[in-house]
Design a protein around this ligand. Structure first.
Ligand code: SF4
Length: 324
C-alpha cells in the first residue's frame, strides 16, 4: 500500500520513491496551506510563542496531511527536530529518525541510508534506480539555475520555487518534470530580464510571502539561492552516498562557505542577503557567513508567514541605493 511519508528537511528521498511511497516535505505543505492557522493550532497545543514558526508549522502540517509516518532529520538540520518528532509521535503518527553524520563521513552516512532502505524494504539497487530517475529531473533544474544566472531568463522567485520544491518533487516526480519542461520551454523563449543588482541569498528559505517580488520591485534580483540550490542536489554524483556528502546544508558552516564563495565567482554577485528565522539556532551560523563573505551583506530576519513589513522594505531600499 502506498504510504504518505512526511519529512522535516531534505533527505535521501530516492529511498522513499524506490519504495513506492509518497514523500511530503512538511515545510512546503506548511507554506502552501493556512500557515497562520497552523502556527495558532500548534500554540494551542502548548508550543511556545518563542519557538521558530517552521517547527510549529511543520507540527500542524503533519497532523493535517493524513500521513502514515514522519521522518525527522535529527542530526544536520534543526536542533528542535527531536522534540518535534516526539510531539508528532504523541499524536499516534509513526516516526523515524534520520541523521546526517556531523563528521561528514562516508561509512557513517552509508550506514544511515542503508538503515532507511531496510526500514522501507528496498535494496541499494532500487534506490539507485530511483536516483537515476530523479537525477534526470535535477539535471533540468541545473539548466533552470543557469537560465537564472547566465541567460537571465528566470527570475529569483521562480528559481527559488522550483529548487525548493525539489526536496520532494511535490510528491509526484512525473508531474513535476512535465511542468518543469513546460516552464523551461517558456523561459527559453522569453527575453532576458533587465539588468539589476545581482544578489545572492543565503540561509534557510524565507517565511516572508513576497520577499522575491519586493526585491525585484526595488531593483534587485536573486540569482543565487544557496540552500534551495542544495536541495536540488546540483552535483549529480553517481553514488548516492557521495551525493549526500557533497550536499552542504547538513554539515559545518565552512562547507557552506566554500560553496557560497565558488558561486559568488561563477555568478558575479554584487551583494548578499542573509536570511535568518526568528528563534533559530542558525542565526549563529549567519554571524560567520556575514563575517567571511566578502560582499555587502544585508541580514533580514523573518518570524511569521506574512508580507514584508515597512521597516524591512526600507532597509532593502537603502541597501540597494548604496550598492547599485
Ligand atoms: S528555521 Fe531554524 S529553528 Fe526553524 S525549523 Fe529551520 S533550522 Fe529549525
Amino acid at each position: 500500500m502506498t504510504k504518505r511519508i512526511g519529512f522535516t528537511t531534505s533527505l535521501p528521498v530516492e529511498v522513499l520513491y524506490a519504495a513506492g511511497q509518497i514523500p511530503i516535505d512538511l515545510n512546503n505543505i506548511f507554506l502552501t496551506q493556512d500557515s497562520s492557522q497552523h502556527i495558532h493550532d500548534a500554540e494551542l497545543k502548548g508550543f511556545p510563542r518563542s519557538l521558530c514558526s517552521w517547527i510549529k508549522g511543520n507540527f500542524s502540517a503533519a497532523l493535517s496531511s493524513q500521513l502514515d509516518e514522519v521522518i525527522g532529520v535529527v542530526q544536520g538540520d534543526c536542533s528542535n527536530s527531536s522534540s518535534l518528532l516526539e510531539m508528532i509521535a504523541e499524536e499516534q503518527i509513526a516516526i523515524w529518525r534520520f541523521s546526517f553524520p556531523p563528521e561528514r563521513d562516508y561509512a557513517a552516512l552509508d550506514k544511515e541510508i542503508a538503515k532507511l532502505e531496510e526500514h522501507f524494504g528496498v535494496s541499494r539497487k532500487q534506490t539507485m534506480e530511483a536516483k537515476a530517475w530523479l537525477d534526470a529531473i535535477r539535471l533540468k533544474l541545473t539548466k533552470l539555475d543557469k537560465l537564472t544566472y547566465a541567460d537571465r531568463k528566470v527570475c529569483g522567485r521562480d528559481n527559488h520555487l522550483w529548487l525548493v520544491n525539489s526536496s520532494d518533487f511535490r510528491g509526484d516526480p512525473g508531474r513535476f518534470e512535465k511542468e518543469l519542461d513546460d516552464f523551461l520551454y517558456q523561459a527559453e523563449q522569453s527575453a532576458p530580464l533587465p539588468t539589476r543588482i545581482r544578489l545572492g541569498y543565503v540561509g534557510v528559505p524565507p517565511i516572508f510571502r513576497n520577499l522575491y517580488d519586493s526585491i525585484s520591485e526595488l531593483g534587485g534580483d536573486v540569482i543565487f539561492n544557496e540552500v534551495q540550490r542544495q536541495f536540488a542536489m546540483p552535483y549529480l554524483c553517481r553514488d548516492i552516498v557521495e551525493q549526500y556528502l557533497k550536499y552542504t546544508y547538513p554539515y559545518s558552516v565552512l562547507c557552506r562557505l566554500k560553496d557560497i564563495r565558488e558561486q559568488i565567482e561563477v555568478r558575479s554577485l554584487d551583494a548578499m542577503i542573509g536570511y535568518t528565522q526568528a528563534f533559530c539556532h542558525l542565526q549563529i551560523d549567519n554571524l560567520l557567513l556575514k563575517k567571511h563573505i566578502d560582499l555587502p551583506y544585508l541580514n533580514l530576519e523573518g518570524e511569521l508567514p506574512e508580507k514584508l513589513d515597512s521597516r524591512t522594505i526600507l532597509r532593502l531600499e537603502s541597501f540597494f541605493e548604496v550598492h547599485s
